[in-house]
Design a protein around this ligand. Structure first.
Ligand code: TMP
Length: 209
């Protein structure tokens, strides 16, 4: 049986990493084989691309270059990890996927969602998540958290206005794809957020029979 492809999206600092660990535990206890991964990155080549994209010194990076690099990392990730794993029945939980490009590059960088969708079409080979958890948290709070931790990357250093636009882009995506995207109030406690996610996963599993 085909596995599941789950993605987690949202502003920087919205607590995705903690919840991804919890989702992994949930499936592992139930006896599923689970892979957790991330974008940009997730493969040896993708992690190198990640370093190029997020390097704080790369201030001159062109917006189209940035969009293509994210798509390049994604192409390798889909071909090497996501597609084979899902086809062999595994659960793949991915921290960010094409939705991030649509909102960060399409909306935040103003390239337009259609253009970014086009760039990514060839990279994703028709693979889209079965379900996407969208963590909703004011971008102001998320970015403050990141700066407190120190070592914020090139994207996180963008002005609050950029992050606000990204957030609005996410809200639009949620309206466009209500079947796939589940909005989660990320200001709730870790346990509350986890329980909400589990409810959605159980619904999805029941639907598959
Ligand atoms: P991370 O910190 O969640 O690992 O993501 C790295 C940064 O890259 C984050 O600020 C979001 C951004 N990003 C994009 O701009 N476009 C993309 O396609 C992806 C996957 C991430």
């Amino acid at each position: 049986m085909r596995g599941l492809f789950i993605t987690v999206e949202g502003p920087d600092g919205s607590g995705k990493t903690t919840q991804i660990k919890r989702i992994k535990e949930y499936f592992t206890v139930k006896g599923y084989e689970v892979i957790t991964t991330r974008e940009p990155g997730g493969t040896r080549i993708g992690e190198k691309v990640r370093e190029i994209i997020l390097d704080k010194n790369h201030v001159e990076m062109d917006n189209i270059t940035e969009a293509l690099l994210y798509a390049a990392s994604r192409a390798q990730h889909v071909a090497e990890v996501i597609k084979p794993a899902v086809e062999s029945g595994k659960i793949v939980i991915c921290d960010r996927f094409v939705d991030s490009s649509l909102v960060y590059q399409g909306v935040g960088r103003n390239l337009g969602v259609a253009l970014v969708e086009g760039i990514n079409q060839v990279a994703i080979q028709g693979i889209m998540p079965d379900i996407t958890f969208l963590f909703k948290l004011s971008p102001q709070i998320g970015i403050q958290r990141k700066f407190k931790q120190g070592n914020e990357d090139r994207l996180e250093r963008e002005k609050l206005d950029f992050h606000q636009q990204v957030y609005e882009g996410y809200m639009q995506l949620e309206t466009l794809y209500p079947q796939r995207i589940r909005g989660i109030d990320a200001s709730k406690t870790i346990q509350e957020v986890h329980e909400e996610i589990v409810r959605y996963i159980e619904e999805l599993l029941e639907g598959r029979g």
